[in-house]
Ligand binder design. Structure first.
Ligand code: FES
Ligand code: FES
Length: 221
């Protein structure tokens, strides 16, 4: 299709969850608005609309991005993954399953952004990218091996996703459960031998310790 452009709008193609969508967008429209209002993909939420809360997180070419900060007109041909593209009720992504099993939400408004961001974060860790919380000796070794995800690492790496309900302890637990089940870059789930089977035995004790340490989980913001 020949790109059409007026003074205020352009026609472009976004590849969302492996489906190409050709849309005419107002030059002021964000990717978030196009997803929600033109493509009817309402999983990505508008929280702050200012890049502060992470509720709108999508994967852009496999990397986490706040879709409220992306002008759609600047992303012709981009490949995006939204929470709808990760899995569904019949075949959930391991992280979606972990959120459900860990009861990692209350109102659920932040949850799609948390899950998409979590998948991106686990990819980054699988690729060996360090974070601000990565110990100095690990940085110096610079092995390129998958990063070890302590709770401090998870909290730091997820610090761009806020949860007004304060479900952080269970969100961190869900991410711990799903780590190792997300491969580098693509965000694809490794065939889930199931985080569930491995973690059933330690779940109860983890929950107890989460409860005990609820206040120290606050830095997950
Ligand atoms: S709605 Fe995009 S960061 Fe808050
Ligand atoms: S579950 Fe309500 S904002 Fe996170």
């Amino acid at each position: 299709m020949i790109p059409q452009r007026t003074a205020t709008s352009s026609t472009l193609t976004l590849h969302v969850n492996d489906t190409a969508h050709t849309v005419t967008v107002d030059h002021r429209a964000t990717v978030l608005d196009v997803l929600r209002e033109q493509l009817d993909l309402t999983g990505s939420k508008k929280g702050c609309d200012h890049g502060q809360c992470g509720a709108c997180t999508v994967l852009l070419e496999g990397r986490r991005a706040n879709s409220c900060l992306l002008l759609a007109v600047a992303h012709d041909g981009a490949h995006l993954t939204t929470v709808e593209g990760l899995g569904d009720a019949e075949e959930p992504h391991p992280l979606q399953r972990a959120f459900e099993e860990r009861d990692a939400f209350q109102c659920g408004y932040c949850t799609p952004g948390q899950i998409v961001s979590g998948v991106g974060m686990l990819c980054e860790a699988a690729e060996g990218h360090p974070s601000h919380a990565t110990p100095g000796e690990v940085l110096q070794r610079s092995t390129g091996e998958p990063a070890e995800l302590s709770r401090a690492e998870i909290r730091e790496r997820m610090s761009g996703n806020l949860c007004r309900c304060g479900a952080y302890p269970h969100i961190v637990a869900a991410l711990e459960d799903a780590s190792g089940h997300v491969g580098p870059r693509s965000g694809t789930a490794h065939p889930a031998s199931g985080p569930a089977s491995d973690r059933d035995s330690d779940r109860d004790s983890d929950r107890d310790s989460d409860r005990d340490s609820a206040s120290d989980a606050a830095p997950a913001r």
